[in-house]
Design a protein around this ligand. Structure first.
Ligand code: VG1
Ligand code: CO
Length: 600
């Protein structure tokens, strides 16, 4: 198969954001657009490492995924790559790509391209995206994404194998080609292997969790579970794991067929966009207060790295979720049996995790927004578990956040709390008070089901509660958003009090990576109050048009405040602080928006 050298010119705006390059499909459809970015990525990698290497190429199945996979495969061949692993149908979740890069049948890949715009809508008029992940399975660090961007501003040609290099990606199997080398002109072997998109990832999960305990819980007649795949890539994983492996009824999988346009929805697992699940769990505006609802509900985003956790008529904030997983990890999850090495959260994420870390005597790192900042800490053995307020939770089993992993973590906590574990609470109780918990080893445990709400409330009673909300103002004109940010910047260090809230400190968050010393500045404007409350502002780095302003508000209530304060409605409890944030930013005045687009 011959290789073509195609002349091209730089195209503006190919700077990767928080998580890769995300643009409208129509932008990606411009001639050479994808090719320029892919060649710039190859050119940013040392050619001696790339030559003969193995890469993973797959995505969340959104519109444009399949033709893009085909193009990248041909470009990989032309650039000297030896082998490409493609998930069946071009599908693989972001965490599964991370897992495969790190380990597949004892082998590993040099890196991979993930085709996703994550939680952004898909379809001919919506978003597409691409990002490069490195050999550790994690998103390219800023040093590399900056180099890729620099290359896109200077590119003059790209290399692509002839169109006769074709693979049927719907069928598992290996195809081998002889491809001309771009520099030497000699022919070398190039292989494409279409792999099962779930298998390697499932193998990894089996090592992390006790599948017997999970299965016992899911088979309990009084434990109903609903999972919403939002028509993203999570569907095939959910069916295989929850139904085939763990024995949950197929009816627990909602919207689990991947669609190129996510069924017209916005595949973002939050209370606004995951309305199907929200209604199912009795949390919808029009939900009946008495209808029977499942005990546990969860959803993932388009590429299955995000998760939302719900109980019956109960929402778990992502910041609480990671803290509660940390609090229970050692007892409930076999992978963490020897304890946590450390934990980490992004700066805007609530400090609920910090309190657990303190109690457990492990360090809690605070990094900028975006999963790429956790990678170094994990590679260096400093962090086992981490999370973001934006519905991202994960651990060092891979280098991406992991939606299905988080759902299994919660199921493990529920299984443990319901006495399904052999060495769990049930056994301890049985030792101290024989007879009391007899039968705890029955199928999935017995007795009244301990539910999500109880677990969360017990957590607050022990650690206190970090009330939390995020306001998103989407698609704001860039000039107006900049004005909001400059207004806030002008207040840094200038204001000491707003109403009765006393400001202790205000700054722009800057992060120095403790492992490699790299510095990431301008990562959000913070106002820290004397009572531990915080308001934070930053601009999103994942949107594809206009600007999105994110406003994060957090207020801590100590355990001794008592149940009434601890169980208060979050929106009500945070109202005064939200008003402070709106005043500080002059949000309404400067954006003309009465209300945010999304509140989480
Ligand atoms: C958002 C979230 C951030 C997350 C990122 C990628 O970034 O705030 O926490 O890591 O999306 O998630 P931003 O810059 O828009 O605030 V995903 O599921 O889109 O890969
Ligand atoms: Co995502």
């Amino acid at each position: 198969i011959p290789v073509k050298v195609v002349p091209t010119k730089p195209i503006d705006g190919q700077k990767p954001g928080t998580s890769g390059l995300r643009k409208k499909v129509t932008v990606f459809q411009q001639e050479h657009y994808l090719e320029n970015f892919v060649q710039s990525s190859f050119d940013a990698l040392p050619s001696e490492s790339l030559t003969g290497s193995t890469l993973v190429v797959s995505g969340d199945g959104r519109y444009l995924t399949k033709p893009s996979v085909a193009k990248i495969v041909r470009m990989a061949a032309a650039n000297g790559v030896g082998k490409v692993w493609v998930g069946r149908g071009g599908l693989m979740s972001t965490p599964a790509v991370s897992a495969v890069i790190r380990n597949r049948h004892g082998g590993e890949a040099y890196g991979g391209f993930i085709l996703t715009a994550s939680h952004n809508p898909g379809g001919p008029h919506e978003d597409f995206g691409i990002k490069y992940n490195c050999g550790n399975g994690g998103p390219a660090p800023e040093k590399l994404t900056n180099q890729i961007y620099q290359n896109t501003t200077k590119i003059s040609q790209y290399f692509i194998a002839d169109e006769s290099l074709k693979v049927d990606i719907e069928k598992l199997g290996t195809s081998t080609f002889l491809v001309q080398h771009r520099d030497s002109g000699k022919f070398g072997q190039f292989t494409v292997e279409v792999i099962d998109e779930v298998e390697d990832y499932l193998k990894l999960l089996r090592k992390i969790y006790d599948f017997n305990a999970l299965s016992a819980l899911l088979r309990r007649p009084d434990f109903k579970f609903a999972f919403d795949g939002m028509h993203g890539v999570a569907g095939p994983y959910a069916k295989r794991i929850f139904v085939q492996e763990l024995g949950a009824p197929e009816s627990c999988c909602l919207n689990c067929d991947p669609k190129e346009d996510f069924g017209g929805g916005h595949p973002d697992p939050n209370l606004t966009y995951a309305h199907h699940l929200v209604d199912t769990m009795g949390l919808g505006e029009h939900s009946s207060a008495t209808a029977e609802v499942p005990a546990f509900g969860a959803a993932c985003d388009g590429d299955a790295d995000r998760n939302m956790i719900l109980g019956a008529r109960f929402f778990v904030t992502p910041s609480d979720s990671v803290a509660i997983i940390a609090a229970n990890a050692k007892e409930a999850i076999p992978y963490f049996r020897s304890g946590l090495k450390g934990v980490a959260r992004s700066m805007p994420t609530s400090a609920a995790l910090d309190r657990v870390a303190e109690a457990k005597g492990v360090k809690c790192y605070e990094v900028p927004t975006g999963w790429k900042f956790f990678g170094n800490l994990m590679d260096d053995g400093r962090c086992s578990l981490c999370g973001e307020e934006s519905f991202g939770t994960g651990s060092d089993h891979v280098r991406e956040k992991d939606g299905l992993w988080a759902v299994l973590a919660w199921l493990s906590i529920l299984a443990y709390r319901n006495g399904a574990k052999k060495e769990g609470l049930g056994d301890k109780l049985a030792k101290i008070a024989p007879g009391l918990h007899a039968g705890h080893k029955h199928e999935g445990g017995s007795g009244k089901l301990v539910i999500v709400e109880e677990i969360v409330k017990e957590h607050w009673a022990k650690y206190g509660r970090n009330f939390y909300t995020r306001y998103d103002y989407e698609n704001v004109e860039s000039a107006k958003a900049d004005k909001v940010i400059s207004t806030l910047k002008s207040k840094i260090g200038e204001i000491t009090q707003v109403r009765h809230f006393v400001i202790d400190k205000s700054d722009e968050f800057s992060y120095t990576d403790p492992v490699d010393g790299s510095i990431s500045a301008n990562q959000g404007i913070r106002f820290l109050f004397s009572d531990g409350s915080r308001v934070i502002f930053r601009l999103s780095g994942t949107g594809s048009s206009g600007a999105t302003i994110r406003m994060y508000v957090e207020q801590y209530v100590a355990p001794d405040a008592g149940p009434e304060k601890l169980h208060a409605d979050a929106a009500k409890a945070l109202e005064p602080l939200v008003n402070v944030a709106l005043t500080l930013s002059k949000m309404k005045e400067l954006t003309g928006r009465e209300k945010p687009t999304v509140i989480t």
